[in-house]
Write a protein that binds this ligand. Sequence first.
Ligand SMILES: O=P(O)(O)OC[C@H]1O[C@H](OP(=O)(O)OP(=O)(O)O)[C@H](O)[C@@H]1O
Ligand SMILES: Nc1ncnc2[nH]cnc12
Length: 182
Amino acid sequence: MSTHDELAELLGSRVRDIPDHPKPGIVFKDITPLLADPVAFGALTEALAATAGRLGATKVVGLEARGFILGAPVALAAGIGFVPVRKAGKLPGATLSQSYDLEYGSAEIEIHAEDLTADDRVLIVDDVLATGGTAEAAIGLVRRTPARLVGLAVLMELGFLPGGTRVRDALGEVPYQALLTV
Ligand SMILES: O=P(O)(O)OC[C@H]1O[C@H](OP(=O)(O)OP(=O)(O)O)[C@H](O)[C@@H]1O
Ligand SMILES: Nc1ncnc2[nH]cnc12
């Protein structure tokens, strides 16, 4: 993939709008067409793996569930580990947990407390940044571990919501990347 604009155009062309899902008034950004296209999925994986490499990340933290689909191949492509942040009640070991609000509800996420060590440099990966609530909660979780947070990368930011500003404020000097703004 030669330029940032070409990548954004390819990725954007594979995201489908579903009006009124899961609630009236929400335009759902469906990434399943992108996942079904190996060229687009491969280009996305390559771009995020390059980000992980540039930041010297040692772990990708993926956010359930779509952040797993994107984050796991990114970790493999970058040659680093993958750590899941799951919805509450799913992880079997000792966890750290954090509640947050969504564009269409509220939720609680958890991470295994022992999965990140002081030697780790963490890149958080997810598909969509909407209100920024999920990302902000994940930032808080990672910061409660001994690891160092080195970046947050998403496929797309919903530009009509203030999530970008919210996570930039939460991240401070830590880099934020959205491959697309829609
Ligand atoms: O910026 P926010 O307003 O927090 O919204 C973004 C989050 O919402 C979606 O996840 P969702 O909780 O719907 O779960 P899913 O990935 O399991 O579908 C999406 O995958 C992000 O994680
Ligand atoms: N509009 C939206 N489309 C897809 N995923 C989302 N997560 C939060 N808001 C979303």
